[in-house]
Design a protein around this ligand. Structure first.
Ligand code: TRP
Length: 361
């Protein structure tokens, strides 16, 4: 096998700086970009998703950038044994996207599960020949996920899903991928695969772009326990689909600390600061100012304000969710449209790929 250049993961700061430049260019020339983004259908979305990535996507969408959203159903099988809820999760995820402001009717936005796009999945085969086992083994995000899954026997899909993710991104020649920090290694692998593919098979006219990550400006949202990332499996999340009463009672139980006066100090008071940040994300007021205003009102007032701010912010989203839930045929139709478009694009890419690989008959 030919010698490959080493995969460089680079620093978070460098990625952040590039991402800010990209943001400026996106506003200037939205027509030059195609966004590809996605989630695993492991459950409904929570406010960590909403403030962390979903809103970023909605903003891009509003600029008029073409957006492909892949629901990575095959990837669910890489780190868990359960598959009973996948179909339901795909539809609930689609409902969350639309309720949050993604409009699949605009002719520029397509939502589809990758299991329904055979030509996309076929790209996995040539892509697997462009990386080494050692490289897959070194992926820091995969390593963490293996640890977190608690599984003793790791299936090969776990090591290769980042290559599958490269197929998700490259099948439509996506060049912007809104992601969180944990996805940066996957994106670097995608860029490497695109580069190696072009160098090996398409020297004169590159087939694939090297997609750029777009990092969200929102800070990491902690769960209501204040000690780790918000996530449904850690039982510390507020779901978009929760009722106002459920939201109130979850916030009531949120962890704070023993200091009465409220201050914004993420390093020393992570729990209180996270709640302040959530109010800030819902109202637009700076967290420092909210803290000053609450002051000696203490944790009680902090929680009351958060409950009110969040429920108000989520009210229209939740109302839209309800409407959509009662019209599953519309959701299925949205997915069918997304699949049809994704297949069209994937077929065209696959035929280009076959051509440069000398596999035409
Ligand atoms: N791996 C991503 C996650 O776990 C989901 C995903 C699959 C994805 N394919 C993608 C994200 C393509 C961005 C682009 O969240």
């Amino acid at each position: 096998m030919a010698d490959f250049e080493k995969i460089e993961y680079g620093t978070y700061e460098a990625a952040l700086e590039k991402s800010r430049e990209l943001e400026i260019n996106l506003v200037k020339n939205p027509e030059k970009y195609r966004v590809l983004t996605g989630d695993r259908p492991t459950g409904r979305l929570h406010i960590g998703h909403l403030f962390g990535s979903l809103q970023n996507r909605v903003n891009l969408h509003k600029l008029g950038v073409q957006t492909y959203i892949v629901i990575a159903d095959y990837q669910v099988l890489t780190d868990r044994d359960t598959f009973e809820n996948i179909s339901d999760n795909i539809k609930q995820l689609t409902i969350d996207y639309i309720a949050a402001g993604i409009d699949p009717e605009d002719g520029k936005t397509f939502i589809f599960p990758h299991s329904h796009v055979p030509e996309l999945n076929q790209l996995l085969l040539p892509f697997l020949t462009l990386v080494t086992n050692a490289e897959l083994d070194r992926n820091p995000t995969v390593k963490e996920e293996i640890q977190a899954s608690g599984q003793k026997r790791i299936n090969a899909g776990m090591y290769t899903y980042p290559v599958h993710q490269a197929a998700d991104i490259l099948f439509c020649k996506g060049n912007v991928v809104p992601v969180g920090k944990d996805q940066l290694p996957h994106l670097e692998l995608t860029r490497t695969i695109a580069r190696r593919f072009n160098e090996k098979f398409a020297n004169r006219q590159p087939v694939f772009p090297e997609p750029q990550p777009l990092l969200s400006k929102a800070p990491l949202i902690l769960g209501l326990d204040g000690s780790q990332k918000m996530s449904k499996s850690r039982n510390n999340a507020i779901m978009l689909s929760a009722t106002e009463d459920e939201t109130a009672s979850l916030i009531k139980k949120a962890k704070t600390d023993s200091q009465r006066t409220i201050t914004y100090d993420p390093d020393n008071r992570p729990e209180v600061s996270n709640l302040l940040m959530l109010i800030s994300l819902a109202t637009g007021e700076a967290p420092e100012l909210i803290a000053e205003r609450i002051g000696d009102g203490g944790a009680g007032q902090l929680k009351r304000e958060l409950t009110e701010a969040l429920n108000e912010y989520l009210r229209p989203i939740r109302a839209r969710r309800k409407e959509l839930e009662s019209d599953m045929e519309y959701i299925r139709k949205t997915l069918r449209n997304g699949i049809a478009e994704a297949r069209k694009v994937a077929e065209a890419t696959l035929s280009e790929v076959r051509k440069v690989m000398n596999m035409e008959i």
